[in-house]
Design a protein. Sequence first.
Length: 138
Amino acid sequence: MIPLEAFPAINASLNAASGVLLMMGLIFIKKGRREPHKICMLCACGVSLLFLSCYLYYHFHHGTTRFPHGGILRTAYFTVLLSHTALAATVPVLAGITLRQAAKQDWERHKTWARRTFPIWMYVSVTGVIIYLMLYHL
């Protein structure tokens, strides 16, 4: 059994892994390497689903963690948290649409959706790590 207190670090690691896989997928497709791109993007989806499962498990059992600092740090934290949360809610929908276009081999629509999905998903992955660092290591 994984101790509950390990989950914040696990979640941050899963966010980081998702970001790395997204970046690798982008690099592969820019080089015209479709199969490694596909593998990276499907792995990014899998890692993100694992993150969501771990996140929900942790918060169901632990509840909310309060940000312990005040002043400008608190303002910065909640600004990042708000944008992260709002955009994170869109990622499953955007990623699902983007994946569906790839599955249908509708490459033009896939590229159109990927250009919208990628920066949002990358932002969510990176800010997830930033939130963890601010909350647990400041």
